[in-house]
Design a protein around this ligand. Structure first.
Ligand code: ADP
Ligand code: MG
Length: 668
């Protein structure tokens, strides 16, 4: 027997070890992070590389049993001193958890601290059953399960109070009591704790076996000390629920709603206070990017993309504009051009006119733009003249650059010129009061008194005299007319466009016939000779004189036949001794009779058919300035029109002008 006893004992011990799990009476343990071997894991529970216990992995299933995960302390603990003991041993546990929901959307369902007689939960469901019961065994008294749930979903059929609560569960997931997750501050103020806030949260569960009192306390890590007032203080006798030996651990479950549930550290003490956890050594958990972080990144990407796009747009625009501008202002200067003075670089005139922005008017040669020379600040009128004949331009530039040397107070001074391709730019002194034409017939009508008119005709006579006789060579203006008389600030008449018609002498431009000389201003012999002379200028000047005195154009087709041609009208009135009847009605009697008669008569004299009969500019200035008198002039000897060809032309012009219903502007 003595021999057999040790063998029996040995057999008993061996078989007991094999069939019963390890038990511990004074169980105390503490984990600041876990090793996989520290725990008994089942379902989807795992210890991740950082040392955090991951109960569920954030997977989703549409139907039950869903996803579950359980982790228990491997040794079974003795909770009662004997199977039928009426008291349960006191215990205390402290742990830190963190719930991470994907994109911070509502996750689920939560986890539970569990005391269970077994670690076999293969029939348990996830979702609302938190991985420790299922639909059919929920709240079954035979379960012998006690749990404290940390629930993030409100399951109305399971009597959940809200979607963020802590509950005391017996045998299932219908809580005996529950509270919305919160903690009490030192000042006894209740502060909500969001269970799935993606931050570590501390939990303390303490059961007093004798007093049969259960306290559950939670607090965020930002409040590291255990709050003095518990969230739940609940009287409960665990002895009918717990068996003598129980496992302690955690379970969790997900289904349609899913989160990752982590336990970061855990301490447990039977009959004593759970050890403090080292909060400075908590394992980290992979956090889902918050929507804020995500959107921040998105904003960042978008901003960067926007900046790049803006940068590209700006760069492309700058390149485009500089290219366009350089194209706009580029010019090919030919060698011959450098020989002539008063040449402006195209860029300068482009800048001066701000890209030919402000148009002063349009004439037969082209448009005129206002500008300010960047270097001198001088106001200019830039005339753009296009011409297809290079040869013509070259000759003209030669002439223009020499005309640039002319200086006379009654000429519009040419400041300079520029050629760009077939375009010629002429910069003239700017005349602030515009053209005489606009004062007599246009927008500034009625604004000129007789005194001003007389001053203007004298000025223009002086200017023409300078061109014809006083400059180093004879310059024929070729286009004397009201629109080429410009007025400076003091309303002095200044003759513009002198010599310009030479540009079209070669006849390459179809507009030439219309431009060079204007009907009513054109001397009749030009239809035969095509030769501009100082006398033909005098003829035009005569038309201008009559225009100034009578306030009407040389030819007005809409008038009755005997009034249509101004010079003929004035001549016949003169012959009838009523020359002053021709005076501009707008003046009333506000004119000096002698001066008016003089102007009218000189007008008729200049309009004589025979060029040699016309006075020259010197004589005209003498008459106008009172240096000579017209006393004995016999008007009956004056021949105004002797050219039937010219008459024909005038008739043609009149009918076409009436047909095109122009307002009688015989100029360009
Ligand atoms: P037109 O064939 O009628 O003479 P221009 O091309 O010479 O036409 O001039 C057109 C208009 O531009 C004129 O009527 C006048 O209003 C304006 N203009 C021309 N030169 C100047 C200048 N130097 N200063 C101010 N305005 C001007
Ligand atoms: Mg002009």
């Amino acid at each position: 027997m003595a021999i057999h006893l040790p063998w029996f004992l040995l057999f008993f011990l061996l078989s007991h070890v094999r069939t019963s799990p390890a038990t511990s009476l004074n169980s105390t343990f503490s984990f600041n992070g876990f090793q996989p071997s520290d725990l008994s894991l089942s379902g989807f529970a795992t210890v991740i590389s950082t040392g955090a216990l991951q109960l569920t992995n954030g997977q989703r299933t549409m139907n039950l049993p869903g996803i579950t995960g359980q982790a228990f302390y491997p040794a079974i603990l003795q909770f009662k001193k004997g199977p039928s003991a009426t008291t349960t041993r006191s215990f205390s546990t402290h742990f830190l958890f963190e719930i991470v929901s994907k994109d911070q959307k509502p996750g689920g369902h939560g986890f539970a601290f569990v005391l269970a007689p077994s670690t076999n939960f293969c029939s348990a469901s996830g979702g609302p059953f938190l991985g420790f019961v299922n639909q059919s065994n929920n709240v079954n008294p035979n379960n012998h399960i006690f749990a404290v749930e940390f629930d993030t979903v409100q399951q109305v059929d399971l009597e959940d109070r809200d979607g963020n609560h802590v509950g005391i569960d017996v045998n299932g997931v219908i809580s005996n009591t529950s509270e919305s997750a919160a903690y009490y501050t030192e000042l006894n103020k209740k502060e909500t704790v969001l269970l799935d806030s993606q931050t570590p949260i501390q939990a303390w569960i303490e059961y007093d076996g004798k007093g049969k009192q259960l306290n559950v306390t939670i607090a965020p890590l930002s409040h590291p000390l255990k709050p003095t007032r518990s969230l739940i203080s609940y009287s409960i006798d665990l002895s009918p629920i717990l068996l003598e030996h129980m496992y302690v651990g955690f379970s969790s479950g997900t289904q349609k709603l899913f989160s990752k549930h982590y336990i970061l550290a855990w301490s447990f003490t039977m009959e004593g206070k759970a050890q403090e956890l080292d909060l400075s050594r908590l394992p980290s958990v992979p956090r889902d990017r918050t929507p804020l972080g995500k959107s921040l990144k998105l904003y960042l990407y978008l901003s960067v993309a926007l900046v790049i796009i803006l940068f590209l747009i700006i760069t492309i625009s700058i390149c485009y504009w500089t290219h366009k501008k350089s194209k706009l202002t580029s010019e090919k200067v030919e060698e011959w051009e450098m020989d002539y003075p008063h040449r402006f670089p195209y860029r300068e005139l482009y800048r001066a006119t701000k890209g030919f922005k402000e148009e002063l008017g349009k004439g037969g040669f082209g448009s005129v733009y206002k500008g300010v020379l960047p270097r001198s600040g001088m106001e200019v009128a830039v005339k753009k003249v296009s011409h297809s004949s290079k040869q013509g331009i070259r000759e003209f530039v030669a002439e223009v650059s020499s005309l640039g040397r002319m200086r006379h107070r009654n000429l519009v001074q040419l400041q300079g010129w520029c050629r760009r391709g077939e375009e010629l730019l002429l910069a003239y002194e700017f005349m602030p009061k515009g053209s005489l034409d606009s004062h007599l017939f246009g927008i500034r009508r009625k604004s000129l008194s007789w005194e001003q008119r007389f001053k203007i005709v004298k000025g223009i006579a002086s200017g023409l005299l300078y061109l014809h006789e006083e400059w180093e060579q004879v310059v024929v203006h070729r286009d004397v007319k009201a629109s080429n008389v410009l007025l400076d600030g003091d309303l002095n008449g200044r003759l513009g466009d002198f010599g310009l018609s030479r540009l079209y002498e070669h006849g390459t431009n179809p507009k030439t016939t219309k431009i060079v000389g204007s009907f009513g201003y054109m001397a009749p012999e030009l239809s035969r000779t095509c030769k501009f002379t100082t006398s033909s200028d005098v003829y035009s000047y005569g038309a201008l004189l009559l225009e100034m005195a009578c306030g009407r154009r040389p030819i007005e087709p809409e008038r009755p036949c005997d009034e249509m041609i101004l010079v003929e009208l004035v001549h016949s009135l003169w012959k009838g001794g009523r020359i002053l009847d021709a005076m501009d009605n707008k003046l009333g009697n506000s004119y000096v009779v002698e001066e008016a008669e003089l102007v009218l008569k000189l007008g008729v004299l200049c309009s004589q058919a025979a060029p040699e009969s016309r006075p020259n500019m010197r004589q005209l200035t003498q008459f106008l300035n009172g240096g000579a008198s017209l006393q004995d002039l016999e008007c009956h000897n004056i021949v105004i029109q002797d050219d039937p060809g010219m008459d024909q032309l005038i008739l043609q012009y009149s009918s076409s002008a009436i047909l095109s219903s122009t307002s009688g502007n015989s100029g360009s």
